[in-house]
Design a protein around this ligand. Structure first.
Ligand SMILES: [Mg+2]
Length: 281
């Protein structure tokens, strides 16, 4: 690159290009990175196309347990981004795999969206309803249809010794006009009333990243995670040995963050320029 000036900004830009030069695979967070509501974020379509043209495999790791991979694939396609179904991994599918792996054949009581119920029905466990005398596991995902009665049933099962598995630790989800509580907030209620500690399977859990890496056939050291939430996307990437890019197109940063991504970028246009610069030398 021929730089016209050589201020400190150019130095950090050169460092960023170098830090990203070895990237051979990409994992995306979705909300706040590729879209917000039903709108593509500027630069997202161009970025995905750049990866496809460059032969860089990519997958999505979403903490959202309220929507299934088919819906997410269709939404991305409507917005102009092609994602194969097997490259879209949600915390609900991950929770189902996790429970089936740790406690095969166990009695699982699901509290969450219809998709969460469906994901759990697809694995080797026995789903039990609220009237069941006992459950081995309470599997919690988010749904805006949850009622206090349902949570009270889950609390009874937890008090009777059930394990608590939750999809994601996020406290809130930005929505048009404000925020909604997310799974982490409901899990806190169940932890407090049920006397159990939740195991969270979505980001930042490194096992979730392992599933994403398997989907693209890449190792952690050659893969870039792109996210808009320091506490889940960037923390999980760092703990899993991936490099990471924080894009400022989604969640606002709260307070003084002590989690550092490999690079901070304004948007995916900037990130594409950095990756291109590293590839062309
Ligand atoms: Mg996000």
């Amino acid at each position: 690159m021929n730089e016209m000036s050589h201020g400190p900004g150019d130095r950090s830009r050169a460092d960023a290009i170098q830090a990203l030069a070895g990237v051979r695979g990409v994992l995306f967070d979705l909300d706040g990175v590729l879209y917000r509501w039903e709108q593509a974020i500027p630069g997202a379509c161009e970025f995905v196309k750049f990866l496809a043209d460059a032969g860089i495999p990519y997958a999505a790791l979403s903490n959202n347990s309220q929507t299934g991979p088919e819906n997410l694939r269709d939404r991305l396609a409507r917005l102009g981004m092609h994602f194969p179904l097997e490259r879209i991994i949600t915390s609900a599918t991950a929770a189902a795999s996790y429970v089936a792996k740790l406690w095969p054949g166990s009695r699982v009581h699901v509290v969450g969206s219809s998709y969460m119920h469906q994901a759990m029905a697809n694995v080797d466990v026995q789903c039990v309803g609220p009237d069941a005398e006992k459950a081995d596991v309470v599997a919690l995902g988010m749904s805006m249809d949850l009622t206090m009665v349902q949570l009270a049933e889950a609390v009874r099962m937890l008090r009777d010794g059930a394990e608590l598995v939750a999809t994601n630790p996020d406290a809130m989800l930005p929505v048009p006009g404000g925020f909604q509580p997310e799974c982490g907030a409901v899990a806190a209620l169940l932890e407090m009333a049920g006397g159990r500690t939740a195991r969270f399977v979505g980001k930042p859990n490194p096992e979730f990243f392992t599933q994403g890496l398997a989907a693209i056939g890449r190792s952690a050291g050659e893969t870039l995670m792109i996210g808009d939430t320091l506490e889940v996307d960037i923390l999980g990437a760092t703990q899993s040995g991936l490099c990471s890019a924080f894009v400022a197109t989604g969640n606002p940063i709260e307070g003084e963050p002590d989690i550092e991504p490999t690079v901070f970028v304004d948007d995916l246009f900037e990130l594409r320029r950095l990756l291109q610069a590293g590839r062309t030398g």
